[in-house]
Ligand binder design. Structure first.
Ligand SMILES: O=C(O)CCC(=O)C(=O)O
Ligand SMILES: [Fe+2]
Length: 273
């Protein structure tokens, strides 16, 4: 099974290419969104990451697989809300300031496998090329193989994110940067799996309600200061970012197709409202 619209199911090795200089990212994965019935309004309207899940047929116990990934998805959704409440307080906002954004959020759980790769420093081979995450925030579960690195801006060097058993890594996404006028940064990171073994990870992406308009938070700029980024909806932002990183692939065409569909779908949805 290969990935299709809307961004769900199996994704083959090298389908995504973040740095564009190499042959494509050396990872494969399975994408799942929150489980929704096919007749749910958001699914019918073709909202970003609000499709019908595809589940792998080859799995030994499909019922258990489905229950486990859906439970994990639900837990991560609750945890994201909690983190957004804390973020609100750190920005001198009311605790529930992000609630509207969090409601009916687009979320994706990616189950990733990174084959081991050559260790030469000069190689352009990446498990996942240097990038920042696109959405609101990411909660990452990684195994014990290591390989995740974050860009240390002050030291101008890549720093290893050494796995700690039971710990989750939380990353802010580009949307938070737009929203806070760069007060909060979405940090650059990448994966190079030099462990000699397969590496598994499960990032959970919380992007917010597709219809939500992200515009500079008033408390994040001075009165005379201009907003650095124009307002944009979550849906528009996310589709554009995905299309950027799937250059020339079947996925790019699928995403372009989805963009066109969603333009229509947004109109349909407004009519329903
Ligand atoms: O696998 C990892 O540790 C990181 C994955 C990641 O950065 C991503 O999928 O955006
Ligand atoms: Fe990432």
């Amino acid at each position: 099974m290969d990935i299709g619209t809307p961004n769900l199911g199996y994704e083959r090795l090298r389908a995504q290419n973040f740095e564009k200089r190499g042959p494509g990212d050396l990872k494969e994965g399975f994408y799942l969104c929150r489980e929704l019935a096919p007749n749910h309004l958001a699914v019918k309207a073709g909202k970003f990451s609000q499709g019908e899940n595809k589940y792998p047929a080859e799995i030994r116990d499909p019922t258990r697989f489905r229950a486990v990934v859906n439970d994990y998805h639900t837990l991560m959704t609750y945890l994201s809300w909690e983190i957004f409440r804390i973020l609100a307080l750190t920005l001198d906002l009311r605790e529930d300031w992000f609630d509207e954004f969090c409601r009916e959020s687009a979320t994706i759980l990616r189950l990733l496998r990174y084959p081991p790769q050559e260790t030469e420093e000069s190689s352009l081979e990446r498990g996942i090329g240097a990038h920042t995450d696109f959405g609101g925030l990411t909660i990452l579960l990684q195994d014990d193989k290591g390989g995740l690195q974050v860009w240390d801006r002050e030291g101008s060097r890549w720093a290893d994110v050494v796995p700690i058993p039971g710990a989750l890594v939380v990353n802010l996404g580009n949307m938070m940067m737009r929203w806070t006028n760069d007060r909060y940064i979405s940090n650059l990171h990448r994966v190079i799996n030099r462990s000699g073994e397969e590496r598994y990870s499960a990032p959970f992406f919380f992007s917010g309600n597709p219809d939500f308009l992200v515009e500079c938070i008033p408390s994040c700029k001075g009165q005379a200061e201009a907003a650095k980024y124009p307002p944009i909806t979550v849906q528009e932002w996310m589709l554009a970012r995905y299309a950027d990183t799937y250059g020339n692939s079947q996925q790019a065409e699928a995403m372009a197709e989805l963009s066109r569909d969603t333009e229509d779908a947004i109109v349909v949805d407004r009519n329903i409202d």
